[in-house]
Design a protein around this ligand. Structure first.
Ligand code: 2DE
Ligand code: MG
Ligand code: MG
Ligand code: MG
Length: 323
């Protein structure tokens, strides 16, 4: 099954989530509503709600029950992006202007808070205390991830472990719990909840590593921002770590050109090219594929139902993603 087929087959459910999302951001305040709708209408793959719905099939499937989890997790994701774009000073998101660019940082901070509040409102429908606990922990981990990313900016001496820990917090955990909670709310077995968590975690890791590769090899049009933005902002991702590990003069070179955190354009272009040619792209893609393989393996113990096939399709799509 292809990803488009998967979305087609889930169409009525996705439609329902879409309507719930739209309903939940409506408010009497025009700016908060416009800003939230602006991000919502910019689209997105809705991976988190989709995996919540799929995971619901491993227990007693009830869309009326799990839709609240799907919507809440997507709202948390959206809120985190609105705040992230303030921190990263980003102009574009999903091919549209970010809230901070269209309005300003203050509107973005409060729109983000507003989306969080709406996510919490949905939580009133969650029946199990365990679900609240998992979500709170996830949000805490995401905050830690962002704070550590700031701490590690321009730190040319960091290692693979700090990188993996960072991407686990900023991306993988939310996808992992989306899978897990869909199953938990549907009373799936503990073993299946664990398998789905492992699937989501490995899928998220694989996804973020590819995202970090694409930041080097994608075109400005595909990325919606200039290539090399991560490095320019001092965010050290896997290809850079590899290039520095392979040739320590690269580490010194980066230290030098980023001495004032503002590299000269020509030097930046040169170093980007060197990283592209370092073997770091191949190494990173390879590591991404290894996580993907683990995601497939996590699915092995699950029953042979169409949801399992759909989760495989999502993993296949992530493996082929090139922009
Ligand atoms: C995106 O990372 C960051 C996602 C996590 C944001 C978390 C925040 C903490 P990127 P892109 C802001 C607050 C959130 C809570 C409490 C849930 O690498 O390239 O900047 O998409 O991603 O901008
Ligand atoms: Mg960002
Ligand atoms: Mg960021
Ligand atoms: Mg990125």
């Amino acid at each position: 099954m292809k990803l488009a087929d998967l979305y087609n087959y889930l169409r009525p459910e996705i439609q329902k989530i879409e309507e719930e999302l739209e309903r939940s951001v409506l408010t009497t305040h025009p700016v908060l509503e416009d800003a939230s709708l602006h991000l919502l209408k910019a689209g997105g793959k809705r991976i988190r709600p989709v995996v919540v719905l799929l995971a619901g099939n491993y227990g007693t499937y009830d869309i009326e029950r799990i839709k609240h989890i799907a919507v809440s997790l997507e709202l948390i994701h959206m809120a985190s992006l609105v705040h992230d774009d303030v921190i990263d000073d980003a102009e574009l998101r999903r091919g549209q202007k970010t809230i901070k660019a269209q309005w300003d940082n203050r509107v973005a901070m409060y729109s983000g808070d507003y989306l969080f509040a709406k996510a919490i409102e949905k939580a009133t429908f969650f029946e199990k205390p365990e679900i609240h606990k998992v979500i709170s922990n996830t949000m805490i981990e995401m905050c830690i991830g962002e704070v550590e990313q700031i701490r590690d900016q321009y730190n040319w001496d960091q290692n693979l472990r700090t990188y993996l820990r960072r991407i686990r917090r900023k991306t993988a955990i939310l996808i992992a719990v989306s899978c897990e909670l869909g199953a938990m709310a549907s009373d799936a077995s503990k073993a299946d909840q664990r398998r789905l968590h492992a699937y989501g975690y490995n899928l998220g890791m694989s996804y973020q590593i590819i995202d970090d590769v694409l930041d080097f090899v994608g075109t400005e049009k595909e990325l919606g921002k200039p290539a090399g933005s991560d490095l320019l902002q001092g965010n050290i991702t896997l290809p850079v770590l590899y290039a520095m590990e392979k040739d320590s003069s690269m580490r010194e070179k980066l230290r030098e050109i980023f001495v004032n955190e503002d590299p000269e354009e020509g030097q930046m272009r040169e170093v980007l090219q060197e990283i592209r040619e370092s073997g770091g792209m191949e190494f990173s893609k390879d590591m991404s594929q290894r996580y993907l393989k683990k995601a497939f393996e996590a699915l092995e113990g699950l029953p042979d139902i169409s949801a399992t096939e759909s989760l495989q399709s999502i993993a296949k799509y992530i493996g082929k993603r090139d922009h």
